[in-house]
Write a protein that binds this ligand. Sequence first.
Ligand SMILES: [Zn+2]
Length: 386
Amino acid sequence: MRYSWPMLDQTNPLGPAASTVRHVGRHNRRVILHALRVHGNLSRAELARFTGLTPQAVANIVDTLMTAGLVREAGRRKAQRGQPPIAIEIANDGGYAVGVLIDATSFHAVAAGIGGELIEMREGPVPDAIEADWLDFVAGIHTEFGVRFGADRCLGIGLVTPGPFDIDWPGVPTPGAIPQLQVRGIADQLAARTGTEVLLENDAYAAALGEKLYGQATEFSDFFYIYVGEGVGGGIVIRGEPYRGTRGNAGEFGHLIVDPNGPQCYCGNRGCLGEYLSLRSMRDFLRDAEAAGEDRDRAMDRWVARASDALSVGIAGIENLFDPEIVVIGGAAPVPLLERLAGELGELRASVRQDVGRQRLRVSALGERSAALGASALPILAAINV
Ligand SMILES: [Zn+2]
């Protein structure tokens, strides 16, 4: 089986800009780690064959990853003839990373190994948003995992929460978000408190990363992740890498305007997609319908039809902008609800991706785990960004 993470074009006629060189290096290290995760252990020659990288490049990357303690030599294999090859494997005892997803109602925390294997998962309600000391709360999770798995083996904390960051909307705070965490500075404060690296991203970005590494999108290099939760967010993956935007706020899909005369959104505009597709919009819709004496199942049918229609508009917009291989829908919403929304879409609206016979939308099977797992991948990826 040839490993399917596509190679970047390394023959740029304009000459490699420094950032491109760094990007290629990072990408290739990730490719090697991913190949080891998929295949268990591989010799350097097999790594070259599976990834398409040159033997020299593989040797250099393996050296770098071994120095960082992320991979190790697993011993020699038996060979028919000649020198038996040395197998390389992920150093599962090389450390773990903490991933924490927090929104206004609940938290999910995972400890995951370098290969992405889930070591421990915790979830529960969050403390009162007004009174909580969030630094204490996240530091407590870090300490608890540290006691069990060794604080000195922790590679860092990936903290994810609804975005956007460092933005003041004119209206009420983002639904589902905790304003104190929507500030980039919180990561530095938490790093100082815990003595470990802290990376802060929005939940949809992390979910897209989790889906790319462990979920429905491992074979795709260009895709869009729609995050349905209290609000609606989005994660963009281009050439295998999540795209952050200038301030880490790219992909705010929930504020795509689907009807300029639609309901008022807290961002100041009207008819944003989040007003149709979010869990909050569903609850409000059902509450109003119930107050008007409508049967709940009937009201739910009407909400799903309206939400699917708005989603179809959104998907056409994504496809026309990015021409992705696939759109994945997931997030905090229950998977059966997402499947129902996807099922109601029927024939999608026309776009540049209307090629017949190819799937355009896929439902995430990881659910909320995609964001927490993506969060735990942030420090691991930072460790290989050497
Ligand atoms: Zn809006």
